[in-house]
Design a protein around this ligand. Structure first.
Ligand SMILES: C[S@@+](CC[C@H](N)C(=O)[O-])C[C@H]1O[C@@H](n2cnc3c(N)ncnc32)[C@H](O)[C@@H]1O
Length: 389
């Protein structure tokens, strides 16, 4: 059992496959787990049963990321770090002009599966378990024939004859998260690879400072379901703009465009809360111009307008009250409107949201969003409702 991949071989053998099938047929619950494990231990190697049960649990979590999660194999840290199918497809789209590429730091193959659709991919990972699982998961997603998996340090790999690569450096090791902008291998190593002629995409943390991107590179900020997930740096061979906000699953994308300065005015009838990919990519002004909206403060990324605009790039709220920040007055406004549940959004405000929630002591039946922010550099509050309800 010194070989860290022993359990993979055991699970892939006919007996292991039978064990996985038996587990799949009877979904695990807190109520049946002990009984099920006891029964399985009578029939299968006892050391393999907890491994198979662990896989069944990981598969259940992995369904949020992968269509064919129930055919795939994982480790908990590698699943956590894996790109979702939507993110991976967005990465793969950039390589449309390439029929051969490398997936560097392939993990369990989250990106590999999408990258290998329509091209051959050399996949490399230092970790022997991840490397084996990438290969198995590529097979499970019907792209195994396009994939060659190697267990190697990518820094020692020859990429001769491979014109393009995607690299997803480890952002944590031994349970510890690296600082934003650092990974394994380092960004410097990745930039050097691109400087030597490889068309390169680098997956990085969503908080990556824009100034880390060298001249001529694109930084794409990606959100999924309204949550900021990642930034991706594209080398000049793959870049099309300096910055971009991409929203998944729709794929809607916003890029910087020259235009007149956006006005700063008092809030109007509607407030637009831009998607985090828009704020991180610095494309709030582009959004304002496209919606015919204005800013409520020079520094703050909320927009306002007098029309109930609909945009994938932000959430539109109806402004019920707009006042200088005052807790007593906020409580009064909310009580008068019969509001009992508030979601507090703050931007440019130092207040303690939990403390305010406690102090509001609301009893009404309606829900509202309270926005705590700055307007013309003054602490401000807006009570808003959802115009769709
Ligand atoms: C963030 S994960 C990759 C996730 C993958 N893109 C996916 O979607 O499943 C990073 C991987 O990098 C690997 N790694 C770290 N340093 C490496 C190196 N120098 N060479 C090869 N692989 C490395 C780790 O073992 C880990 O599997």
């Amino acid at each position: 059992m010194d070989d860290p991949t022993w359990w993979i071989d055991a699970l892939m053998a006919p007996g292991g496959q039978e064990l996985m099938a038996e587990l799949a047929a009877e979904p695990l619950t807190a109520a049946n787990e002990i009984r099920l494990i006891t029964r399985l231990r009578e029939k299968y190697p006892p050391e393999l049963v907890p491994v198979a049960v662990g896989q069944a649990k990981l598969r259940a979590r992995a369904r949020a990321k992968f269509t064919y999660a129930d055919r795939m194999y994982f480790t908990a840290p590698a699943l956590e770090q894996a790109s979702t199918e939507r993110m991976a497809r967005n990465h793969a789209r950039r390589y449309a002009g390439f029929d051969r590429m490398a997936d560097l730091c392939s993990g369990i193959g989250g990106d590999l599966i999408a990258l290998a659709e329509g091209r051959s991919v050399l996949a490399a990972d230092l970790d022997p378990v991840h490397s084996r699982l990438a290969c198995i998961n590529a097979e499970a997603n019907a792209v195994g024939a396009a994939v060659e998996c190697v267990c190697a340090d990518v820094r020692d790999l020859s990429l001769d004859g491979i014109p393009a690569a995607f690299v997803d450096p480890a952002r944590r090791a031994g349970g510890r998260r690296f600082q934003t902008g650092s990974g394994e291998p380092s960004l410097e190593w990745c930039f050097d690879l691109a400087a030597r002629g490889t068309a390169l995409g680098i997956k990085a943390a969503p908080g990556l400072p824009l100034e880390l991107a060298p001249k001529g590179w694109e930084v794409e900020f990606v959100s999924e379901g309204g949550e900021l997930k990642e930034s991706v740096l594209w080398s000049p061979a793959l870049a099309t703009v300096p910055r971009r906000a991409t929203l998944l699953p729709s794929g809607d994308t916003l890029v910087p465009k020259e235009g007149p300065a956006v006005e700063v005015r008092m809030p109007g009838e509607y407030l637009i809360d831009p998607d985090p990919a828009v704020t991180r990519s610095g494309t709030v002004e582009e959004l304002a111009r496209s919606l015919d909206c204005w800013k409520i403060d020079e520094q703050i990324a909320f927009l306002s307008g007098d029309q109930d605009v609909r945009t994938p790039f932000g959430r539109t709220l109806r402004v019920e009250a707009s006042l200088p920040w005052n807790l007593k007055q906020l409580r009064q406004v909310l009580r008068e409107a019969g509001i009992g549940v508030v979601d507090i959004r703050k931007r440019g405000s130092a207040v303690d949201v939990d403390e305010i929630q406690r102090k509001l002591k609301l009893t009404g039946a309606r829900a509202a969003t309270v926005v705590l922010t700055r307007v013309s550099d003054r602490p401000w509050m807006l009570a808003c409702t959802d115009p769709r309800r």
